[in-house]
Ligand binder design. Structure first.
Ligand code: GDP
Ligand code: MG
Length: 299
């Protein structure tokens, strides 16, 4: 570490409605899909998704399971509870919206942030996709008036435009502190967890509109056999109809999800993966606190 006295370290939450580019931004900042250096569980304040260490600072990005409207069902209640706990307990919040306009779902996230004592940086993402550049300035002005933001930064998470500027700003809000994690550690999540998340990501990308939150992935077994990682995963849905959608015509959908997930797992884990996916129905699981807990959600 270059200069111990001026080293900064702290927690950052990236929030925003689905699809604004939170994962893309994080992957760009970390320069990789989060890879594993340690599978030991850690007792920290948050669930860490990514750590970036330079000679001057260590930025710890933490998970917010998402901010969702209509917290009626058990799943939504759990998600909102942990999201608001995270927001109040970090050093900086990065709030992402798209540059095309301010939606009701953005307003919902804003409401949760409005009373926050933590500085909130507004990121206006996807500027590379803006057809009419003239609209950016008025939108920045409109968005800036929504609350007292610490800064407003237009950028492209996909192209990486202006991401360094954002990182500089983030780091300026971190407190002076020794690093919390070894400098080569990028995440604290287990491979087992990341495997489930990868399958869930593929399903959400392909079927998100059709079956949003009634879907979860559980890793039943995760074993090494003859240098091959054998993974059995169960995709839990709520209804028979959803099971049919996930499986698709002649099993085509499930096959694609399996192939894409396996490829990414092999890159991530650096070894061959044999992945088996099963789809099972558990009626009303997302509305049943006990079922949620048994699937690893909740306290
Ligand atoms: P999240 O749900 O907030 O994590 O959003 P994702 O990171 O999964 O991004 C949602 C979609 O927006 C993906 O298809 C991304 O490739 C795309 N996306 C994210 N950032 C940008 C960007 O800066 N420019 C463009 N054109 N697309 C982006
Ligand atoms: Mg994401």
């Amino acid at each position: 570490m270059a200069n111990k006295e001026s080293f900064r370290c702290g927690y950052v939450a990236i929030v925003g409605r689905p699809n604004v580019g939170k994962s893309t931004l994080l992957n760009h900042i970390l320069s990789q899909k989060i890879s594993i250096t340690s599978s030991k569980p850690q007792t920290t304040r948050h669930t860490i998704i990514g750590v970036k260490t330079t000679s001057e600072n260590q930025t710890v990005y933490v998970d917010t399971p998402g901010l969702h409207q209509g917290a009626g069902r058990a799943m939504n209640r759990y998600m909102n509870k942990s999201a608001s706990a995270v927001i109040t307990d970090v050093d900086v919040v990065v709030f992402i919206v798209e540059c095309f306009g301010w939606l009701a779902a953005d307003e919902y996230v804003l409401k949760m942030l409005r009373d926050s004592k933590v500085p909130v940086i507004l990121v206006i993402n996807k500027v590379d996709k803006l057809k009419d550049k003239e609209t950016l300035l008025p939108f920045i002005q409109e968005a800036s008036g929504k609350m007292d933001f610490a800064d407003v930064i237009p950028l492209s998470a996909r192209k990486g435009t202006n991401v360094e500027g954002l990182e500089k700003k983030i780091n300026s809000f971190l407190p002076l502190s020794d690093p919390f994690f070894p400098e080569d550690q990028v995440t604290d999540r287990s491979e087992r967890f990341l495997a489930a998340e990868l399958v869930r990501e593929k399903l959400m990308r392909r079927l998100g509109q059709e079956i949003p939150y009634s879907l979860t992935v559980e890793i039943e077994s995760f074993k090494m056999q003859k240098k091959v990682q054998h993974i059995h995963a169960v995709i839990w849905v709520e209804r028979e109809g959803q099971k049919r959608i996930v499986i698709g015509q002649g099993g085509g959908e499930l096959k694609m999800v399996g192939q894409q997930s396996r490829k990414e797992m092999e890159t991530l884990f650096g070894r061959k993966v044999f992945l088996q996916l099963w789809v099972k129905v558990r009626e009303g699981w997302s509305d049943d606190e006990r079922a949620l807990r048994s699937l690893g959600y909740g306290e």
